[in-house]
Design a protein around this ligand. Structure first.
Ligand SMILES: *Cc1c(COP(=O)(O)O)cnc(C)c1O
Length: 393
């Protein structure tokens, strides 16, 4: 037996319908994309506001690259912390209504950095069981006593909080769950955190830019201050259309991260031009509330038509609109049936979701037209009819 027989592991993975194949994207992000030489309607990106290819965002990026080059060149603590990064941190703090913010090169790294900097062996972490993989990985890496509570279940969380005698306690949740699209019960979590002298961390990767009056995200939508949610994490690669992430909170929090977050210290700073482009995205988010309004209208249109057609959607009011298919085979067959009709939607399978909770993860964007959403519905009905029903019979 060869312990490194990778091929047999891959073969097994393939037999379980879990094998991932990468598409080759040949165009910019947008409602219509070119993939492997063909054009598709795109219902699988996280560019919720259509900013990833916005001409003004691109122009700012180009101008900054002309002035400051492409590479970040060094880590923030050496000589990579550019004036543009600093300006973006100040703007993000202002946007989220927090005293301070610190930039990370990606959301995955922000979560790793903040959780391992704040928690250690003497501490306890309480995570929703459907939290993003980066939050779960960070919790394990921190060495803190790991508690996974039932999805959005505050009673279950309360029971677990009562059990602990840890030095520090931190409750961690997605603001909007990345694979389900539902929102965390933030107001109840804030109460529970306060009662139990725990901190609350919210990962708002899918709420930032989209939720709240000004687009400041889940905490704005629920009117929660920096005292309510001491650790707020947001990403820039989704609704803001660029790349990177940040953690916002008290000055003491961001200083702690600058001193102790290893994924901050030991990595190259984002290109300054990305920070410049993000400043323009933030300006557009603030000025163009029509993007959020249009997205909301498309979500309502989609859900109404889906319900009328008997498609069983999950209870999500956000841009993430999953359609459960149960088994991976069915998710893949639906994906293929949509692809053959010129529509790209991703089939989500383990380890991204639990077994028997496979789904199509449909995502809507303000860049879509009503006609494109209507076409999606028609294609879904056709695919559902030909795949799911035929297989059951
Ligand atoms: C996408 C995502 C991340 C990771 O962010 P990146 O910037 O893509 O690394 C973290 N948390 C959640 C909930 C996400 O959806």
């Amino acid at each position: 037996m060869n312990a490194f027989n990778l091929t047999s592991t891959l073969d097994e993975w393939d037999k379980k319908h879990l094998y991932r194949h990468r598409h080759i994207l040949e165009s910019h992000q947008g409602p219509v994309i070119q993939v492997d030489g063909k054009h598709y309607l795109n219902f699988c990106s996280n560019d919720y506001l259509g900013l990833a290819s916005h001409p003004e965002v691109i122009a700012t990026f180009q101008q900054a690259a002309n002035l400051y080059g492409v590479g970040g060149g060094a880590s923030h603590l050496v000589v990579g912390h550019h004036r543009l990064h600093h300006e973006l941190e100040e703007r993000l703090a202002e946007f989220t209504g927090r005293p301070s913010a610190v930039l990370f090169s990606s959301g995955y790294m922000a979560n790793m950095g903040v959780i391992t900097a704040l928690l250690g062996k003497k501490d306890a972490i309480f995570e929703d069981r459907l939290n993003h993989a980066s939050l779960l990985d960070a919790g394990r890496l921190s060495g803190a006593r790991f508690h996974r509570y039932l999805h959005c279940n505050v009673n279950n969380l309360q029971e677990r909080l009562l059990e602990t005698t840890a030095r520090r306690k931190m409750i961690v949740t997605d603001g909007v769950f990345s694979m389900d699209g539902n929102c965390a019960p933030l107001t109840e979590l804030v109460q529970l955190a306060k009662q139990n002298h725990a901190w609350l961390m919210v990962d708002d990767a899918h709420g930032l830019g989209v939720l709240g009056e000004t687009g400041a995200g889940s905490t704005e939508a629920c009117q929660l201050s920096a005292e309510d949610v001491p650790v707020l994490m947001g990403t820039l690669g989704k609704a803001l259309g660029t790349m990177g992430a940040f953690v916002a909170g008290s000055k003491a929090l961001t200083e702690t991260l600058i001193q102790f977050a290893r994924t901050y210290m030991f990595t190259t700073a984002l290109p300054p031009a990305v920070a410049a482009a993000t400043l323009t995205s933030l300006k557009l988010v603030a000025q163009q509330s029509w993007r959020r309004e249009k997205l909301t209208a498309l979500i309502t249109r989609f859900r109404k038509a889906a319900k009328a057609s008997g498609l069983s959607l999950m209870p999500s009011l956000t841009a993430i609109q999953p359609l459960l298919t149960d088994k991976p085979e069915a998710a893949m067959a639906m994906h293929q049936a949509l692809k053959s009709q010129g529509i790209l939607v991703s089939a989500i399978r383990p380890p991204s979701v639990p077994t028997n909770a496979c789904r199509l993860r449909i995502t809507l964007s303000a860049a879509h037209t009503e006609a494109q959403v209507d076409r999606l519905i028609e294609a879904l009905i056709y695919a559902h009819h030909h795949v799911i029903q035929e297989e059951v019979l």
